[in-house]
Design a protein around this ligand. Structure first.
Ligand SMILES: [Zn+2]
Length: 537
């Protein structure tokens, strides 16, 4: 699938970089730019700069830079097309999907075939044990259709069907649907796992009796990475905007959806991963955790809280009575009262009888608060929790203190090429600087930089230069210098400083040259005078 340049530009314009990155990071205004803690490397003081004007970001710590698309790709583990599609969806821009030559496309087709096959196997016999299981769970036929539920028969029918449909059995092996030439799933209920764009990534399966393990997923493949995927996104993705309800299993999600609660996603039994939390953040800002009422459900909720908070999500928790899961609870009582959901700190708060219990609780809150990237929200929560625990809030914030530091730039001790490259970055980011250089007839000594200075003198901007410069080091210095412009108060003085430093280096180079000529004994009267002047200046 190829997305046109026109659409890419449209999507980029509809998604200002500070809005997109601001939904993940806590941004601090720094003049025309924003600063944040870098999400790509560990740091305590922010060295990640975002320039809304230029539509770029750059980290002075680890050197990562890019635009909204590269950020979505890196941060959310997406490929370019999915990054564009995700941002397009946020902005309500429709993208036509056309056939693709992507090698994974073949695997998606095979999974699609398998999903349809399993689905037809469930529907073909309404006297079967599979159908009885479906009925015992009160699953409606419309729900079977919505989620494309299926049944994997005991007999190897899938092999015949694959042959008839010209499906390569090697691909079936690759996707974990065949194992040593035999169907991998036999006598199981099948839940196809689809992504937001209706591609079948893999399958969840369930036994028909109470034998363990009840649920098994198909194995990981080129297109199925369990820790990255949330179940239900195709079916429920469009309902998540206001708030998402996070459950553990397929059946929890399906029963809730059947009861009219559409804004649900499932972490598929595994404990929630950071990638899943980040994926969720693509769809919503608020999450209510709805887990089982047993000890392991409560433990899983505790872990999920920290992971969701660190993805900048607002978190509430609703724990069901002991021995109930959302599926069984809905079937028994018909609905769930979500107004009973607690804030994460209410959920974590326990009555502490002893000093040890209290200090353990404080430590627990310390760790949780440290995970909240947004400083304001962290402060607000800390105030509330400190009040409840009757302690000073500085204890809670101890491990999450962050000090802003200014990016210092020293003009000294840099070589000519670096100075001139920085000047190029500054000029490409400020018409004022470029004007001053033109007035000064500045011409770089570094030959490679000459065409870029010409571009800038003709009105090219920083982002234009980035398309032309191939040298990574030069690119890096240009972006860095351009972004740091905010810290420069007096542009004229700064340009003067640069030119003076460059001239000083030029003089030193010339002095060295003449000294060599003098040593050879071939120096002219005129050169000697020049040398005198250089020494005196
Ligand atoms: Zn970084």
């Amino acid at each position: 699938m190829k997305i046109s340049q026109e659409i890419i530009t449209q999507v980029k314009e509809a998604n200002p970089i500070e809005v997109v990155l601001g939904s993940y990071l806590s941004l601090k205004k720094a003049g025309k730019n924003f600063k944040a803690l870098c999400p790509f490397h560990n740091e305590k003081t922010p060295s990640f700069l975002i320039s809304p004007e230029k539509g770029i970001y750059h980290c002075f710590g680890c050197g990562k830079s890019g635009n909204v698309f590269t950020f979505m790709m890196e941060y959310n583990n997406l490929n370019f097309n999915d990054a564009v599609r995700t941002l397009a969806e946020k902005a309500g821009i429709k993208i036509q999907t056309t056939a693709s030559n992507n090698e994974n496309e073949e695997l998606y087709k095979v999974n699609e075939f398998a999903a349809e096959f399993f689905h037809s196997m469930l529907l073909r016999n309404k006297q079967s044990p599979a159908w009885s299981w479906i009925k015992s769970r009160e699953i409606k036929e419309s729900t079977i259709e919505t989620f494309m539920l299926g049944y994997a028969p005991v007999e190897p029918i899938i092999l015949e069907k694959a042959k008839a449909n010209k499906i390569n059995t090697r691909d079936l092996e690759k996707l974990g649907l065949l194992s040593n030439g035999r169907p991998a799933f036999r006598h199981k209920i099948i839940f196809p796992i689809r992504n937001r764009w209706n591609k079948v990534l893999g399958f969840g399966t369930r036994v028909l009796d109470d034998s363990e393990p009840k649920y098994i997923n198909s194995m990981e493949s080129a297109i199925f990475k369990k820790g990255n995927i949330l179940y239900g996104l195709y079916e429920t993705g469009k309902f998540l905007k206001e708030e998402a309800i996070l459950v553990e299993g397929y059946m929890d999600l399906i029963t809730l959806q059947q009861a009219g609660i559409n804004n649900v996603v499932a972490s598929m039994g595994t404990s929630l991963t950071e990638t899943q939390a980040k994926t969720l953040k693509l769809y919503t800002d608020k999450v209510t955790i709805l887990y089982d009422g047993d000890q392991s459900g409560i433990k899983a909720a505790e872990r999920a809280i920290d992971i969701l908070l660190s993805a900048s999500l607002e978190v509430k928790v609703l724990i069901l009575p002991d021995n109930e899961d959302p599926d069984s609870f809905i079937r028994k009582f018909g609905k769930i009262d979500f107004s009973k959901a607690q804030s994460f700190e209410e959920f974590k708060f326990k009555n502490c009888a002893t000093v040890e219990e209290k200090s353990a609780l404080i430590k627990n809150f310390q760790q949780t608060l440290a995970k909240i990237p947004d400083e304001i929200r962290r402060e607000l929560w800390a105030t509330e929790i400190a009040h409840k625990l009757n302690i000073n809030k500085k204890f809670l914030l101890e491990s999450s203190q962050q000090n802003l530091h200014l990016i210092k730039r020293t003009v000294n001790h840099k070589n000519m090429e670096t100075l001139e490259t920085e000047l190029l970055g500054l000029a490409s980011s400020s018409p004022k600087v470029s004007e001053l250089l033109i007035k000064d007839s500045f011409n770089p000594t570094t030959v490679e930089l000459k065409p870029f200075f010409d571009m800038v003198y003709n009105g090219a901007k920083c982002s234009d230069l980035l398309n032309e410069i191939t040298d990574e080091n030069i690119k890096n210095i240009v972006v860095t210098a351009g972004l740091s412009l905010e810290n420069m108060e007096d542009l004229e003085k700064m340009v003067e400083g640069y030119i003076n430093s460059i001239n000083k280096i030029k003089k030193n180079i010339r002095k060295d040259e003449i000294r060599k000529i003098i040593e050879k004994g071939t120096v002219s009267e005129e050169t000697l005078r020049e040398y005198q002047q250089l020494i005196n200046s």
